[in-house]
Ligand binder design. Sequence first.
Ligand code: NDP
Length: 272
Amino acid sequence: SDVPLYAVFGNPIAHSRSPQIHSGFAEQLGDAVRYDARLAPVDDFQGGWRAFVSEGGRGANVTVPFKQQAAVLADQLSDRARQAGAVNTLMVGDSGEVIGDNTDGAGLLLDLKRLEAPLADARILVLGAGGAVRGVLGPLLATGPSELVVANRTVEKATALAELFDAMGHIRGCGFEAIEGTFDLVINATSASLAGALPPLPEILFNEGALAYDMMYGATPTVFLQWAQRHGVRCVDGLGMLVGQAAESWYLWRGTRPDTTPVLEALRADLR
Ligand code: NDP
């Protein structure tokens, strides 16, 4: 058929929300696309991608555990993909070249702006120093916070990231026990929530009007958001980031900008 083909690659992939999100964009914009969920073997993302391209696939989202393999596979990387060291969006260029980009940071920023989160001149705390954090530090620092603190269980990973992004602004890396001061925005990007665990955080952490954001999402608030709720601050999960990164990928492929709000609302209603 002539309907342009896209997909999300992951392993596992069955529970991915991306097909629903992109179908929502397609419907909203009256731009018919086919968007599949594709399972690739853990050690052979390249094989899955090649098969997809031979079927006419034009672009794909890439999720756990393939973001690094996708970065290796791409012929060209955007600056932000290089900075993140990971690719979540692939597209086939006019000459068949494979272009790798990373829209996770832009997706988070899109959501934080929608929420009118404190950013410029704010004190921002990021918990975690994994792949997701690597992708969001550049866009966060570009908003001009007064200070950005990265705190992680493995301290060396936090200090290494702070060093890597040092030229972009006031950034410091430390362990959870060394977090000092109070913050306007606290972003949990640890996977501790997956295990129902909470990083050991100081009891006094939030400024007046602060926002607590967990990159994880689900039917019920994470332990981090439950903890933040008890401290009386506004709490938001990462579903909007998921829709935001999808919207940025859609823009790269299709050149149009979907309205994320109705798609996010439909997804939220579905999660419950
Ligand atoms: P990684 O595996 O790369 O990193 C995991 C991080 O969590 C590390 O910093 C690790 O610390 C920390 N961690 C794990 N367990 C614990 C624990 N029990 N206590 C304290 N810290 C812990 O994961 P990602 O960076 O890829 O993803 C992080 C989270 O963000 C996931 O929950 C993921 O679902 C979510 N995410 C959401 C997105 C969205 O669109 N909403 C997009 C991308 C990610 P250490 O270094 O010490 O091991």
